[in-house]
Write a protein that binds this ligand. Structure first.
Ligand SMILES: *Cc1c(COP(=O)(O)O)cnc(C)c1O
Length: 343
């Protein structure tokens, strides 16, 4: 059994959370004079601090209870809150597998926590032998596993993740920002098996709502209530909650877009393979492709001069560019420019 009292920072266990007007009175009423809101206007009322309507739909969609759901102002907020919940500044540590998503490093630095980066192996999988010695460190509180991983694009092996979940006495966070492109079930289906598991997802990628800043954490209800305790009271705006709801109610467009993006992903792979300067295309379970290309930084610069911006990842992986899958037209224009550059 997970001993949350041992894992959570003592000041958070002791914390009396902010009590908002909406916490003090929850029922229905016709006259609201309790939150110093302006009585005029369209957006004059504070948002629902617990996003109940959106959570109801999300819970149903994912087959979990609403108490197993937390919604953040993007998953970046969730990542930061997890540091604040579990990692004592100056003392505690987190661990991740590099190269990976940059926010784990930034959040660790902001929270004055050591971040151990264990390099992924040649196939961008977890190197268990290199990882195991860290697991017994009493100050190691959080492990971040990004799967499918950004920027490498691959899924991490289930058996390795299971091993970490079983063996590590702290919290394992699986960041599933790209899960909807991956054709595998979410780890949120396995919350019952692991009380130290937190799964994060986002509306920013497959749901096309990066502007709305909606991130989700799935976990057991104890961890979720701790996150609720420390979050800013009104962390998700009414406009953004409504945007999330609209997306959940329009499953058809969501599925159609994923289908299109995946088919464009296949086409890009096929076409890129024909270019001799493209040395390697890494397998992708995401909406981007990581490619190895001759003189990556030079190609990157040439593309920007032609108005096309990809991501130069060659500091992380030699000669690597990360290319988000665009519309059919955008991808064709990219391919045309690459062909011109290669001549
Ligand atoms: C894009 C991305 C996110 C999204 O973060 P938001 O704050 O929800 O926009 C999270 N994790 C990874 C690995 C990502 O690539």
């Amino acid at each position: 059994m997970l001993d949350l009292k041992e894992l959570v920072r003592p000041n958070i266990l002791k914390l009396s959370p902010y009590s908002s007007a909406r916490d003090d009175f929850k029922g229905d009423a016709s006259i609201w004079l309790d939150a110093n809101e302006n009585p005029f206007g369209e957006l004059n009322r504070y948002p629902d601090p617990y996003q109940c309507e959106l959570k109801k739909v999300l819970a149903e969609y994912n087959g979990v209870d609403t108490t197993q759901l937390f919604i953040g102002n993007g998953s970046d907020e969730v990542i930061d809150l997890l540091f604040r919940l579990f990692v004592k500044p100056g003392t505690d540590k987190a661990l991740t597998f590099s190269p990976t998503y940059g926010m784990y490093r930034v959040s660790a630095d902001i929270n004055d926590a050591e971040l151990i980066e264990v390099p992924l192996d040649q196939k961008f999988q977890i190197d268990l032998t290199a990882t195991i010695p860290y697991l017994d460190d009493f100050n190691l509180k959080l492990i971040f596993i990004c799967s499918p991983n950004n920027p490498t694009g691959n899924l991490l092996r289930n058996s390795d993740i299971e091993m970490l979940l079983n063996r590590f006495k702290g919290i394992v966070v699986i960041d599933e920002a790209y899960i909807d492109f991956a054709d595998v079930p979410s780890w949120n289906q396995r919350l019952k098996e692991y009380d130290n598991l937190i799964v994060t997802q986002t509306f920013s990628k497959a749901r096309g709502l990066a502007a709305a800043r909606l991130g989700i954490a799935f976990s057991n209800s104890e961890i979720i209530s701790l996150l609720n305790k420390i979050k800013p009271p009104y962390n998700v705006s009414t406009l953004n909650q409504a945007a999330g709801l609209r997306s959940m109610k329009n499953q058809r467009d969501f599925e159609l877009q994923i289908k299109q993006i995946k088919s464009e992903r296949s086409r890009l792979i096929k076409e890129l393979k024909l270019l001799s300067m493209v040395k390697r295309i890494f397998p992708s379970h995401t909406n981007f492709l990581l490619i190895e290309i001759e003189n990556a930084t030079e190609i990157y610069l040439q593309l920007t001069r032609r108005g096309i911006v990809v991501r130069d990842r060659s500091k992380l992986i030699p000669n690597a560019l990360r290319i988000s899958i665009g519309t059919e037209n955008e991808n064709t224009l990219l391919l045309n420019e690459l062909k011109k550059i290669s001549q």
